[in-house]
Design a protein around this ligand. Sequence first.
Ligand code: CA
Length: 727
Amino acid sequence: MNNKMSRAVLSLSAALSLVLSGPLAAVAQTPAAAPAAAKAKPVARAYGGAAVDGARLLAADSEPGSWLAAGRTYSEQRYSPLTGISKANVGKLGLAWYADVDTERGQESTPVVVDGALYFTTAWSKVFAYDAKSGKQLWAYDPKVDPSNGAIACCDVVNRGVAAWKGKLYLGALDGRLIAIDAKTGKKAWEVQTTDLKDPYTITQAPRIVKGLVIIGNGGAEYTCRGYVSAYDAATGKLKWRFYTVPAKPGDPTNTPELKSALKGWDGDFWKYGGGGTAWDTILYDPKTDLIYFGTGNGLSWSQEVRSPKGGDNLFVSSIVAVHASTGKYAWHFQEVPGDEWDYDVTNPLMTADLKIKGQPRHVLMQAPKTGFFYVWDAATGKLISADKFAPLNWASKIDLKTGRPVENPDARYSDTKAAIVQPAPLGAHNWHPMAYSPKTGLVYIPVTESSTGFMSADPKTFQVKDRVYNTATVSFSDKITELYGKPGAPQRGNIRSYLEAYDPVAQKIVWKAPDKDYGPHGVMTTATNLVFSGDWSGYFNAFDARTGEKLWSIKTQADVVAAPSTYVIGGEQYVALLVGARGLPPGQIRTSATSANNSRLLIYKLNATETLPTAGVAGAVAGKVLDPPLLTGTNEQVIDGEGAYGRFCSGCHGAGGVADKSIPDLRYSPALRNLRNWNAIVIDGERASKGMVSFKSVLAEGQAEAIYHYIVSQANKAKAEQAAKR
Ligand code: CA
């Protein structure tokens, strides 16, 4: 660690917190006090100017009416000191204004509010600016991402937000560009390609700004990408440093001493396929340690038998890596899942906090990753303080606090001859959905999901890595897996349940759970008035009591909610902002748009507001809800081959079993099923490439497109029979 730099940052931070503790306390009392506090501290910032700099970010708590960065402050606790909305009046929260979003794909960003303007991103990496009070659109920016990138985005063409810095907004676009946008005009200032276009990289995360550097990673581990995190000069777009997360071929000049050492824990020619370890979501800067932390994902392939046949830890897969902010040089790492083979990414949100542990003040880093173990580390050294279960899991019995390694359940490892049932499934006990920490309650609020899945490896002798497809080298359906699920005491298969959980990071124990009616995780925010805000997949936005989990307020959003809210003050009134829409519609929700099966919107709430959402369903918009497939003409063999090929090449976007789980067409309803020629025009000839459905000619073997067609026709006829039986 650079001690000199760290001391300088610390003293600035300490000075600011001393100076600002007075006015901050006043602001925290009533929303009406906010303008007075603003007057006491004169600012010369223009409306919509996004004049954010390091000092302002360090002092974010002195202006709780702004939401300056995705996680609000550098600590990314998503805790707001605002007190205008409280338990006493939250019941009067109503819709102030809303804005429709012009894309029907998933929405995952947290609105940033600075100098009176509200900025958010949508699917396809579009950026929008609104007047945060009136709801007037200021500008819209479309980077015009080539839709063919949709085919290499594992989990929808989403984006998780912008970073604001000195008059500009920074966007990581799906196609790997980092783009600086003038915050006043919405015009592009500069752009740089952060990836090699020969490789199928994508970006969905929000960039972070640290000391004039824009920090950005990428995704694409299963698609033959090698993970790395880069820093670009915020003013010019010049590359300042890059940290690779997995080694390249031995002897490659990008192999730093740490990566040369990491090579000892790898086997085989993994580097031919990139290796993975992509840092696709969390990036956290801590001014106290002057370190940047990021989490890395799985390797390629998931199956370790294929990836690294003799095993090994496979560093830095599934690891937290800390680097020095100015240089990107390695500081420390902590591998949560050595030799991962369950897609246990640890890219899940990280946050720093000051906790009292065993009577001692500790400055910690915390995470609730996919694995189900909650970690607390010393932020400076990465030394493990504690780790325990925040959700049910079966892949390990505990974390050895001495070595930091999981004590694995031997039954959880699989091969091409041995099946395993693993809990949680690859979506994890907690995925990218933002969690929140309240220094007032001392609790972390985590959107938890419970799930399990079966694993077997593909045959390592015959498995071939293919370009631009999802190369997990795993099988999730087999007789051996079915047999395991049939045994007494086996976990329930698939998505089991979800809930909002309050977790005590000091005692490492669950405090309360607020169950979801319908399965699905959703981002979280908490406030100084002991409220926790979060949406759900039943189509509601809710406020809970932070101490008990009691639901205090709920309002219909007409959409599935996965993104996290933010909150701000304009003219003395507190607002809550939430982007909604993802993976189709909540149960029973009628579409309000003729062109979309996903009511994606920005929703803005304040006390006593009475705006309403459109209520009437659009006539004819539900056409296609009645199944009308052709009769099955394929053979049993074709249907079985089609099931396997669909699982590998199509299900990532179109959903398991042909049942759409997102806002991407449900193929069972597709008019293209009417004849095979139309089907092949799309699948082989790429007729819909401009909509993101690229040609799969180069990856499908002879007859596979037709086999997939017959499989979908078969699935559609099964569903039609079920529909008929219900009538
Ligand atoms: Ca992954």
